[in-house]
Write a protein that binds this ligand. Structure first.
Ligand SMILES: [Zn+2]
Ligand SMILES: [Zn+2]
Length: 145
């Protein structure tokens, strides 16, 4: 396959156990349709998270699919300011140089956000348990240290 941006031959590269076609000239990457999902899976995001709408703010792309040559469509990844191109025939995604890292950053941010809310919940749960059960064990209301 050739780079949709500059026509250079794409080189196969393995990243996070996923096969990615990388352009040696512009450093863009082509991910097969399911590989973005796999890339997301490497971050530990939940199934539900990954299934949340990926495509948002679709508009015509200036690039053609390296697989079938059809004009791709551009969209904003998960409503972030990150534009990806995808083939209407679901052949894959084109990520410009650096975007793959940004995708991972975005996913990791989201995962961290979830972990924060989860631990906040756990802390709140512990606080409630302390209120309910703390007295009888001699600890007093806030006695559990
Ligand atoms: Zn290129
Ligand atoms: Zn295609």
């Amino acid at each position: 396959m050739n780079c949709p941006r500059d026509g250079a031959e794409l080189a196969v590269e393995h990243t996070h156990g996923i096969e990615v076609d990388r352009c040696p000239t512009c450093n863009g990457r082509w991910l097969d349709f399911h590989e973005l999902e796999q890339l997301e899976a490497t971050t530990g995001a939940s199934e539900m998270e990954r299934r949340a709408t990926i495509e948002f703010g679709e508009k015509p792309s200036e690039l053609d699919c390296p697989n079938c040559g059809k004009r791709m469509k551009a969209f904003n990844y998960r409503a972030y300011e990150l534009e990806l191109d995808t083939c209407p025939e679901e052949h894959g995604y084109w990520l410009d140089a650096g975007e793959e890292g940004r995708v991972r950053d975005i996913i990791n941010d989201r995962v961290r956000g979830l972990e924060r809310s989860a631990s906040a919940e756990a802390a709140w749960g512990g606080f409630l348990r302390g209120l309910k059960g703390g007295r009888g064990r001699g600890g007093g209301l806030f006695g559990r240290r």
